[in-house]
Design a protein around this ligand. Structure first.
Ligand code: SF4
Length: 172
């Protein structure tokens, strides 16, 4: 694959996360369509982040006005999550942060932390992850440029999605 134009494709970590969950969700979010329980989950997530790893001073770091890192230490980026229900998407989000920092000449490893589950996982950015992220950035650009949302495909976690009503309100 040719080298991508990262400057024109870079996006927030949440969009990467949503890309790995549901392309339709990504499209709604990109268009600024929000649902009621989204803000509530964001509040709970922020509270959990504030209560975790309190000895770390660099918290909620906004880089380039694009990505928002929960906690940054000398060698690590620490991402705090409420649950591991959508772990793969969470891993890709953190890998994207590592990729983004690498583009800025900063090399760190990632730590995915689930305080409620007492679980933590170390994440390292490998060349194949970089390729995967670059493919995702190109696809996300294509999806968000669509005039209408990608077709509805029911997923096991749809009932927990903040866009459930929007997607399924017409169903009997
Ligand atoms: S309800 Fe399901 S199909 Fe609709 S946006 Fe959410 S995950 Fe995607």
């Amino acid at each position: 694959m040719e080298e991508i134009n990262f400057k024109s494709l870079k996006i927030s970590g949440l969009k990467i996360n949503y890309y790995y969950i549901c392309h339709r969700k990504l499209w709604f979010f990109d268009k600024g369509i929000t649902a009621e329980n989204t803000s509530e989950r964001v509040k709970i997530g922020r509270l959990l982040t504030n209560q975790s790893y309190q000895s770390y001073k660099k918290r909620e770091i906004l880089i380039d006005e694009t990505i928002n890192l929960d906690i940054v230490s000398k060698e690590e980026v620490i991402e705090i999550k409420l649950s591991n229900r959508l772990e793969e998407a969470q891993k890709m989000q953190l890998l994207y942060y590592l990729y983004y920092l690498k583009k800025l000449g900063i090399n760190k490893k990632g730590i995915l932390v689930y305080p409620k589950l007492k679980k933590r996982e170390e994440i390292e950015l490998k060349p194949e992850d970089e390729k995967e992220i670059e493919n995702a950035l190109v696809r996300i650009d294509e999806i968000t440029k669509l005039k209408s949302p990608p077709p509805l495909e029911r997923k096991p976690f749809c009932t927990k999605c903040s866009y459930y009503e929007l997607c399924f309100s017409g169903e009997v």
